[in-house]
Ligand binder design. Structure first.
Ligand code: AMP
Length: 398
C-alpha cells in the first residue's frame, strides 16, 4: 500500500511517499515559500532531484503540485487512487488523543480547538488536513500527534502546581512533544538490545533545533521535558527551555515589553541564538568555540548542563535506566555534545566509550557505551516520517 506522509508548516509542505508495510521510500520532497512569488518545489525520486520554481498561492496549490509530481512525468505511480492512505503530522492533539486516529470532522474540530495551545503549529497542520481531504477524497487520512505518546504520563508528571481550575477549565497542563520521535527511537533501542520495550527503562534525548527528553518505562512515556507548549525543558536553537516564570513579568513590567514581544523573544530569539548572539546552528557554535569564542563555549556549557540535569531527573523518575538514546540533528551528529552531556554521570551508571563515540558512523544505529557501562548509550537516527507511515498503515489496517 502506498502511504503519503505530509508535514504541513506555515509556508511549506514536506512529504514522503512509502510503500508499506515494507517501508520503502518511493519519493520525497518539499514545497516551500507557499504564498510568495518565489515558491519552490523540490522532488527526490531515487537519486534524481527535480526543482520547480513558481508561485504556489496556497497550501491547496502546493499539495496539488506535489500530487501531480508523484503521478506525472518522472513520477512513481500512475494514478492518485493508488494512494492507500495519507498520514499527517499534527503537533497538538490536546487530551483527546493518546494514539493516531482516522481524520473525521470531530478530529478536525479538536485540532482547531487546540490552536490556542499550539498557535504556530496547529493552524498549518489543520490546513494540511483540509487540503488532503479536499484533493484526495475517499482516501483514509490519519492524524499522528506529537503529543499522543505522552498522554499516558501520570498526573504527578503532567500537572503544574497552579490553581487546579486552570487545568479543569482551560486544560493548562504539561503535554510533551516530539512523541513520534521518542516512541520510534525507543522501539529501535529495544530492538537493538534484543529486548521487549515492556522490559526496559529508556531515556530518549531528541536534540535537534527543538529538543526534549522523555523518560520511558515499559514502552510508555512517564515524563518528558516539554510542557504546555514546546517552550519548556532543554535549551533549544531559539527557545530557552526551563526558566523562572517571573522573568516574563520582569520583561513586561520593567522593560515594557508586550506579551507579543515576549512571545517572540522566547520562541525566536533565545536558546543557542540568544546565548551566542549570532547563530542557533550547533555546527557553527562548535567551530566558533574551538576557535576560542567565549560566548559559543558558554552556550555549549549551558546546553549540556541542562541536558545532564534532565538525564538525572529522568533517571530518578524511572528508578534506574537500561538505555540512554541520543537522536535528531545534534544528538545523532555531535560527538562533543553527547560526550559533554554524560561526562560525570559514571556514578549513575552512564559510562561512554569515548573512541566509539568519536568514531560513530553517521546515520547508523550505534552503541557508544563502554563495555562495562551499566546503561547502554545508543545513537539512533530518528525517522519521524517512517514512524508516521507505520502508524497510518496500522490505523488503516484496523
Ligand atoms: P534537526 O532539528 O533535528 O534537523 O537538527 C538541527 C540541528 O542539528 C542544528 O542545530 C544543526 O546545527 C545540528 N547539526 C546537524 N549536524 C550537526 C553536526 N555534525 N554537528 C553538530 N550539530 C549538527
Amino acid at each position: 500500500m502506498k502511504i503519503l506522509v505530509i508535514n504541513s508548516g506555515s509556508s511549506s509542505i514536506k512529504y514522503k511517499c512509502f510503500e508499506m508495510p515494507e517501508g520503502h521510500v518511493l519519493a520525497s520532497g518539499l514545497c516551500e515559500k507557499i504564498g510568495e512569488p518565489t515558491g519552490r518545489l523540490t522532488r527526490h525520486v531515487g537519486d534524481r532531484d527535480t526543482v520547480t520554481e513558481r508561485e504556489f498561492p496556497d497550501h491547496s496549490a502546493a499539495l496539488e503540485a506535489v500530487l501531480a509530481g508523484l503521478t506525472g512525468e518522472g513520477g512513481v505511480f500512475e494514478r492518485l487512487d493508488e494512494i492507500g492512505g495519507v498520514g499527517h503530522r499534527v503537533v497538538h492533539g490536546g487530551e483527546a488523543y493518546s494514539g493516531s486516529v482516522l481524520i473525521d470532522d470531530d478530529v478536525i474540530a479538536a485540532v482547531r480547538d487546540n490552536i490556542p495551545l499550539a498557535p504556530l503549529h496547529n493552524p498549518p497542520n489543520l490546513l494540511g488536513l483540509e487540503v488532503g481531504r479536499k484533493l484526495l477524497p475517499g482516501v483514509p487520512q490519519v492524524g499522528v500527534f506529537d503529543t499522543a505518546f505522552h498522554q499516558n504520563m501520570p498526573a504527578s508528571a503532567y500537572l503544574y502546581a497552579l490553581p487546579y481550575e486552570l487545568y479543569q477549565e482551560h486544560r493548562v497542563r504539561r503535554y510533551g512533544f516530539h512523541g513520534t520521535s521518542h516512541a520510534y527511537v525507543s522501539k529501535r533501542a529495544a530492538r537493538m538490545l534484543g529486548k521487549q520495550p515492556e522490559d526496559l527503562r529508556i531515556i530518549t534525548c531528541h536534540l535537534g533545533n527543538g529538543a526534549s527528553i522523555a523518560a520511558i518505562k515499559g514502552g510508555r512515556s512517564v515524563d518528558t521535558s516539554m510542557g504546555f507548549t514546546p517552550l519548556e525543558g532543554l535549551v533549544m536553537g531559539t527557545r530557552p527551555g526551563d526558566m523562572d516564570a517571573a522573568i516574563v513579568l520582569f520583561l513586561q513590567d520593567h522593560l515594557g515589553m508586550s506579551a507579543k514581544d515576549v512571545g517572540t523573544l522566547l520562541n525566536k530569539k533565545s536558546g543557542l541564538l540568544g546565548l551566542t548572539g549570532r547563530t542557533n546552528d550547533m555546527r557553527e557554535i562548535e567551530a566558533a568555540a574551538a576557535n576560542g569564542d567565549e560566548r559559543a563555549r558558554l552556550a555549549i556549557e549551558v546546553y549540556c548542563h541542562r541536558v545532564k540535569k534532565h538525564i538525572g531527573a529522568s533517571t530518578a523518575v524511572l528508578g534506574g535506566v537500561d538505555a540512554l538514546v541520543f537522536t535528531a540533528g545534534v544528538g545523532e551528529n555531535s560527538s562533543l555534545i553527547r560526550k559533554t552531556c554524560v561526562e560525570g554521570l559514571e556514578a549513575l551508571g552512564f559510562t561512554m566509550d569515548l573512541t566509539r563515540n568519536e568514531t560513530a558512523p553517521r546515520g547508523v544505529e550505534t552503541d557508544v557505551a563502554a563495555a562495562d557501562s551499566r546503561v547502554r548509550i545508543l545513537v539512533i537516527p530518528t525517522d519521524e516520517e517512517v514512524a508516521i507511515a507505520e502508524e497510518t498503515y496500522a490505523v488503516i489496517q484496523k
